[in-house]
Design a protein around this ligand. Structure first.
Ligand SMILES: Nc1ncnc2c1ncn2[C@@H]1O[C@H](COP(=O)(O)OP(=O)(O)OP(=O)(O)O)[C@@H](O)[C@H]1O
Ligand SMILES: [Mg+2]
Length: 467
């Protein structure tokens, strides 16, 4: 069946331009000049996409985005915004718009957008892969059935249907990259590349050439034209990990890429149109990075349109047995060895541990345990939770932040009392206090910031004697 597009704009000229352009793509269109007209058409006809202007005579495009998200959630909506009006574009994405195009409408960009949106309807039946199913050409699946993980999966499934830039927050090793991959795998872009870049690992002087490519001879050593990562990810997804580590001058360029949807390779005359969905992550607190001048505020607003918080493992302990099983299965497969089992004692010990290094640390603990255990049964004594080991999973900043707290407590005897538990508590207290101060003691907001439930925060405040 031919796809049908709903066009909503108060200007007859724009409606006509869009009708002609889409008609040339062999698509059917219907047009409305205001919100009321659009609502009427939506109620009586089937559409695969809606393109709406922002300013309409009887309301605005956001209202329509909200109406469609609520009543026809399978129809992607794209917003047409005034040139350079970033605020509106962000508002539209937050309200659930699939993407936006700015005026004057660049027809090539419009065609890209329409193609992406329509390929979504073919993905309608896809859901985020559940535990254990191995699929070709896609990353590992997200394990766990805790409410937090189910919510994460649901949110990923929803976010996969949009083009909005997403900022993925979460502690080290909690599964940020896994989440990014899942968003890609469930999106209309899944057949195109998913490229993950660790911005902290690229030498600063090579950053722009790595991201945007370069022309032969544009600097000493540039012997060939080189494609950048944005081009390599064309039609797919680019995951900028540790995005706060980008040098400031690269941040300016990145901002431009996001706004213009085009890149200019180092040394090139012209810009190239780019169709890449941007996901980013860092274990740092972006607000602090902005406050301290390491991250441009305008870039922060652009990459942080929608935030996806990956919960730490200690907040979803009920996932421990299932995760353990999945990890031990993986270890056995990799080593071509029998699958080890966790004894009840080992499980209990894992439940009592707070995993500062999250799932990655869990993997490491089980890797060691699998080599130490006898008869394929992992006992509590095979698990090594050594402070030194776990601290190495904590980012260096966290360690630095925590150090004074530990010293301040050191008039408390440094014997058995100075346990891993105490050390972790001091990390927790610091993080909670910081979140509370930043949210002016709004516990709901603080809990959200910390990626935990309100109940869980309340419980911890009590436990740590902070309430
Ligand atoms: N829910 C989960 N189910 C199964 N495996 C998981 C889950 N979460 C994380 N992992 C595994 O844990 C490891 C770390 O995950 P990932 O690399 O996504 O974390 P990260 O948050 O990006 O870490 P970092 O902050 O260090 O970059 C990976 O091997 C990943 O497959
Ligand atoms: Mg990562």
């Amino acid at each position: 069946m031919t796809d049908r597009i709903l066009i909503v704009d108060d200007e007859p000229d724009i409606r006509e331009l869009l009708e002609i352009t889409l008609g040339r793509m062999s698509l059917q269109t219907a047009s409305a000049k205001d919100v009321a007209g659009a609502k009427r058409l939506l109620a009586t006809e089937k559409f695969n996409l809606c393109l709406t202007d922002m300013k309409l005579t009887d309301g605005d495009g956001i209202e329509l985005v909200e109406h469609i998200s609520k009543n026809y959630s399978q129809i992607p909506v794209a917003m047409i915004t005034a040139h350079g009006n970033t605020e509106t574009a962000i508002k539209a994405l937050k309200a659930g718009a699939f993407d936006f195009v700015s005026k004057p409408v660049d027809l090539k960009k419009l065609r890209n957008l329409v193609t992406s949106a329509l390929s979504l309807s073919q993905k309608d039946n896809s859901t985020v892969r559940l535990n254990g199913e191995v699929e070709h050409n896609s990353g590992p699946s997200i394990t766990g059935q805790s409410p937090q993980i189910n919510k994460l999966r649901e949110k990923i499934s929803k976010l996969s249907r949009s083009q909005a830039p997403i900022f993925i927050s979460g502690e080290s090793g909690s599964g940020k990259e896994l989440a990014a991959r899942a968003i890609h795998d469930n999106s209309a872009r899944s057949a195109a590349p998913f490229i993950a870049v660790n911005c902290g690992a690229i030498p600063q002087e090579l950053m722009e050439s790595e991201l945007f490519g370069h022309m032969k001879g544009s600097f000493t050593g540039a012997e060939q034209n080189k494609q950048g990562l944005f081009q390599a990810a064309q039609k797919g997804t680019l995951f900028l990990d540790e995005v706060a580590d980008l040098p400031l001058h690269t941040q300016v360029k990145l901002l431009r890429v996001i706004q213009e949807k085009s890149i200019r390779p180092v040394g090139a005359q012209n810009e190239l149109p780019i169709d890449v969905r941007l996901l980013s992550a860092t274990h740092k607190n972006l607000i602090i990075e902005v406050e301290q001048g390491r991250l441009r505020q305008d870039l922060y607003f652009r990459i942080n349109v929608i935030e996806l918080a990956v919960p730490p493992l200690r907040d979803r302990q009920q996932d421990i047995p299932e995760l353990g099983l999945a990890i031990l299965n993986k270890i056995a497969r990799e080593n071509d060895a029998p699958v080890c089992e966790l004894s009840n004692g080992a499980l209990a010990a894992l439940h009592n541990y707070s995993f500062p290094g999250n799932v990655r640390e869990f993997e490491n603990i089980l890797q060691r345990a699998a080599t130490l255990c006898e008869e394929d049964i992992i006992l509590e004594s095979n698990l090594e939770f050594i402070l030194a080991t776990s601290a190495s999973f904590i980012s260096t900043e966290t360690q630095a932040e925590v150090a004074p707290a530990v010293t301040a407590n050191s008039n408390v005897e440094l014997d058995a009392d100075f346990s891993l538990e105490k050390h972790l508590e001091s990390i927790e207290i610091k993080a909670i206090e910081k979140a509370l101060i930043e949210t002016r003691w709004n516990k709901t907001a603080a809990a959200k910031k910390l990626g935990m439930s309100f109940r869980s925060l309340r419980y911890r405040l009590k436990k740590l004697g902070l309430d």
